[in-house]
Design a binder for this molecule. Structure first.
Ligand code: ATP
Ligand code: MG
Length: 272
């Protein structure tokens, strides 16, 4: 397992609180339509999609939902590393799509994790044609079956720009999150993402502003501030935080960053 699972390592951190708020906000945003399949993407590589997806999956599992986290980045997914589960060229999402029949034994592909209520479907074989596989009728049948089994399904997707994989998956999602990196996402990239969603006739439910405060250093060496551990040498400022913005992206242009962070709880759609 990697050290990405902050919500369990530091349940009282501000980060954990923010992730739980995202969980709540997503439920509010989909109060009429129902929330089952949540897609998470970002403009470019390395914005923190997998990190956010993993922690959000845990947050739903902690809320007693039966959760499946699907690694949809068939090119370079890393959820198996985050959760320390096996990923073989014989058993994973790509293989399951290819082999899926109504009587397929799902447990040969879906992995249990160390956490209650949370299963992960790792990528499996790296196919030469991810777009065709994701767009296949078999994938549709598979996702329909999985929706009958799980309360929440999180699709950890590849980036939007330059790849059509994610837009194909919007056909199956109830909520679409766009993770942006406060450090590097440019306004123009967000505008482009908005255009891609509009082309696919898919709505952006909200934006997660990922504020990686590790200042270029790997956070693995840092550890995190915990409320319990007063002796910690880590400062509060070192803890990564996230905010969730209802469809505001592209409306503000500030320092070349897509959106400014704001108080998480005040931006739930229709909550006023
Ligand atoms: N808020 C954060 N605080 C600390 N580290 C972070 C944060 N967000 C992301 N990271 C780290 O940055 C790296 C890239 O994150 P991640 O793999 O989640 O991005 P991604 O958008 O899924 O990338 P890819 O497009 O390659 O799939 C990882 O090592 C992750 O642990
Ligand atoms: Mg990723």
């Amino acid at each position: 397992m990697t050290k990405d699972l902050i919500i369990t390592e530091n349940p009282k951190s501000r980060f954990a609180e923010s992730i739980k708020t995202i969980r709540t906000n997503l439920a509010f945003a989909n109060v009429d339509s129902g929330l089952k399949v949540i897609l998470n993407t970002s403009p470019e590589m390395g914005d923190g999609k997998s990190f956010i997806s993993a922690n959000l999956a845990l947050a739903f599992a902690q809320d007693n939902k039966k959760v499946l986290l699907i690694d949809c980045d068939l090119r370079r997914g890393r959820q198996h590393k985050i959760f320390g589960v096996e990923n073989s060229s014989k058993g994973g999402y790509a293989n399951l799509i290819l082999n899926f029949r109504s009587d397929t034994r799902l447990s040969a592909y879906i992995k249990r994790t160390a956490f209650k209520n949370l299963h992960v479907l790792p990528i499996g074989i790296t196919p030469p044609n991810p777009v065709e596989i994701l767009a296949s009728n078999n994938n549709q049948l598979l996702l329909e079956k999985l929706k009958n089994i799980y309360d929440i399904i999180i699709l950890d997707c590849p980036p939007v720009l330059g790849l059509s994989d994610t837009m194909i998956l919007t056909k199956y999602s109830d909520a679409n999150m766009v993770t942006v990196s406060i450090k590097k996402t440019k306004y123009e990239a967000i505008e482009q993402v908005k255009k891609e969603f509009a082309k696919a006739k898919a709505k952006i439910t909200g934006v997660v502003v990922n504020k990686d405060r590790t200042k270029g250093k790997s956070y693995y060496g840092y550890g995190y501030y915990t409320e319990d551990n007063k002796k910690t040498k880590y400062k509060k400022e070192d803890i990564p935080t996230v905010d969730f913005e209802e469809e505001k992206i592209g409306n503000k242009k500030q320092n070349n960053v897509a959106v400014t962070s704001s108080v998480v709880s005040s931006i739930v759609k229709n909550s006023k």
